[in-house]
Design a protein around this ligand. Sequence first.
Ligand code: FE
Ligand code: FE
Ligand code: MG
Length: 166
Amino acid sequence: MAQFGRQIVKMDVDELINLLNKALADEWLAYYQYWIGAKVVKGPMKDAVISELNLHATEELAHAQLLATRIIQLGGTPVLSPEEWMKITNCGYDAPVNPYVEEVLNQNIKGEQCAIKTYNNLLDITREKDPVTYNIILQIISDEVEHEEDLSSLKEDIELMLTRGK
Ligand code: FE
Ligand code: FE
Ligand code: MG
């Protein structure tokens, strides 16, 4: 069945699906990086950091949901196997081998900066070509910008606390 919703996309749809699948792999890896980070993190302001990491994990999962839904609407197949994630990811995965709060925050800030870059590129690609995907990516990138700021602000608070009176 030829879907009209696919026909109105004014770019190579298979290439778009490919890019959305790469972002989907990023989101699952980001989800796990936050989720496991919240389990192992240690150090000052641990409770506040755990809350933020868990919230971000659920938000990354919501991004995966949005991307998979859009891929299916476009007639594509969302990446089916976790072993594909590391092969197609843009932003990779940083295992929280060092569980110290600042290290975990730094790893996740780096991940958010990569996500912002990836989605900004997808906005450029879809802006004039596919307003439906553009709108979804705009929602996601708004969250990623918020995530980066939330983590940077936590890191700043920790640094201020550690240097108080010095
Ligand atoms: Fe995300
Ligand atoms: Fe994020
Ligand atoms: Mg947040």
